[in-house]
Ligand binder design. Structure first.
Ligand code: CMP
Length: 141
């Protein structure tokens, strides 16, 4: 199992003032922050990042939303990072998310679901490198 995953604190969560609380959940869940950037994605960046969903009916809505305001992109490190972060954030649809998960506490809808998490080790590497150069990631040893 890999030790890295990629996370986004999405525009709804930043706009609603939840950035600090979600950042704190990350630290409390024992992730190391290898990189963190507050940014506003361009539409082209959002389209590239979510290219895997290009054929889905929600692609336009998703990429418009993700480029609608500031978000925070993060490279996280922990043992079994992908699964650990997915457990911390809860189900994609906040209506299905477990009590105590980030999406249960901060997400408003399926489309505006507060955070993103990689779904596999392979995608974690691809997604981290979409937003961070190797030089930007903090070496922990
Ligand atoms: P995320 O984990 O960032 O990965 C893809 C995103 O697409 C997902 O979170 C949701 O926010 C969004 N998404 C998935 N299904 C739908 C849907 N039916 N309508 C709108 N957005 C969706």
């Amino acid at each position: 199992m890999g030790t890295r995953t990629f996370a986004i604190i999405k525009p709804d969560a930043v706009k609603n003032g939840h950035t600090g609380k979600i950042y704190d959940r990350i630290l409390q869940s024992d992730f190391k922050i290898l990189g963190a950037k507050l940014m506003r994605m361009t539409k082209a960046q959002a389209e590239g990042f979510y290219a895997v969903h290009k054929e889905r009916p929600f692609y336009e809505e998703l990429t418009t939303f993700m480029s609608s305001g500031q978000s925070m992109v993060l490279a996280l490190e922990k043992e079994n990072a992908v699964a650990a972060w997915r457990e911390t954030i809860g189900a994609t649809n906040p209506a299905d998310a477990d009590v105590g998960s980030i999406r249960k506490d901060f997400a408003t809808s399926l489309g505006e679901n507060a955070v993103h998490g990689s779904d596999s080790d392979e995608n974690a590497i691809i997604e981290i490198s979409f937003f961070f150069s190797d030089a930007e990631l903090i070496a922990n040893r």
